[in-house]
Design a protein around this ligand. Structure first.
Ligand SMILES: Nc1ncnc2c1ncn2[C@@H]1O[C@H](COP(=O)(O)OP(=O)(O)OP(=O)(O)O)[C@@H](O)[C@H]1O
Ligand SMILES: [Mg+2]
Length: 284
């Protein structure tokens, strides 16, 4: 049976200015899963993430880590944050040390690890995020995409069990975005639980095991990516678009080129495998 590693139970949260940001939010995340959270601007994704490692305290409801309500006492929060790491949406909220090396080593140093272990973790994180050549650079001089990668490196070096990425590919160029997704696959194969938010429906569809859709502070759907994207009313309500693979698939079904019963393609190769050979298309 699958094990729930982290869970939001009936969360309600309003900011001090009374903006209601979360309403009846319940979400179970399985150990080792790849979960994508989709939702338009202001839907509540970042606010939910801040609840997951105790940065914000819900007005009611709770966060459970491995079945236990999290404690908001400072010692317990330090322990929790070793297990649940967040890469913030805005890298400027994450980076504060003078140089890239110092920034990435800050967390591991605070864990009380040996100098050797800290150096080894920082080097690995630099390689994984392709930032080795930036290690001596002052963080405030980095480009936005470089800051984003360094902030990811800082969290990786902590080696948390659950890693939460808030819009990780926003601001990354196509190559770094692709390489980041490969890094996520590697982390996932090492058994990490990964939660990310994104506006990229293609990425969410092809990468995730499950998707949760947020709208106006609520989770309006949670489940298998293919099943969610086959519900047009849901996609419309959440102001989302269809992944291009599903749009093409639907088009092929409408034209009668593939039977409606054809499984949804997960990759470009699946999509092409489903369509008839050229001579069939010409006679269609
Ligand atoms: N510090 C704050 N004080 C008051 N209201 C806030 C604050 N931060 C966020 N909000 C409000 O809370 C709601 C949820 O915001 P949140 O940042 O969680 O959305 P999001 O889904 O992450 O959006 P985006 O896709 O733009 O990142 C919005 O209405 C937003 O205006
Ligand atoms: Mg956000």
């Amino acid at each position: 049976m699958s094990e729930i590693i982290i869970e939001a139970v009936d969360l309600e949260y309003s900011y001090p200015d009374d903006t209601k940001a979360l309403h009846k939010v319940s979400l179970q995340v399985e150990k080792g899963e790849k979960l994508a959270i989709l939702g338009s601007n202001g839907a509540g994704k970042s606010t939910l993430f801040m609840q997951f490692n105790g940065i914000y305290h819900p007005n009611s409801g709770s966060i459970k880590y491995q079945g236990q309500d999290i404690s908001y006492k400072s010692k317990a929060l330090i322990e929790l944050r070793k297990k649940v790491g967040i890469v913030f949406q805005d890298p400027d909220s994450q980076l504060f040390s003078a140089s890239v090396w110092q920034d990435i080593s800050f967390g591991p140093l605070n864990l009380g690890l040996s100098e050797e272990e800290v150096i080894s973790r920082v080097k690995k994180a630099l390689v994984d995020t392709e930032t080795t050549n930036l290690q001596d650079k002052p963080t405030h001089l980095l480009s936005y995409g470089q800051k984003k990668r360094v902030s990811i490196a800082g969290v990786l070096a902590m080696e948390p069990e659950v890693i939460i990425f808030d819009e990780p590919t926003a601001g990354l160029d196509p190559r770094h975005s692709r390489e980041f997704m490969q890094l996520l696959d590697k982390l996932s194969s090492e058994g990490k639980t990964i939660i990310l938010s994104t506006h990229d429906v293609d990425l969410a569809y092809s990468w995730s095991d499950r998707i949760a859709i947020m709208y106006s502070g609520e989770i309006i759907a949670h489940g298998d990516p293919g099943e969610l994207f086959l519900q047009p009313h849901l996609i419309e309500r959440a102001d989302l678009e269809l992944p291009w693979l599903i749009e093409m698939h639907n088009e092929f079904v409408t034209k009668g080129w593939v039977p409606a019963s054809t499984p949804l393609p997960k990759t470009k190769e699946d999509l092409l495998r489903n369509v008839p050979i050229k001579s069939d298309l010409q006679s269609a």
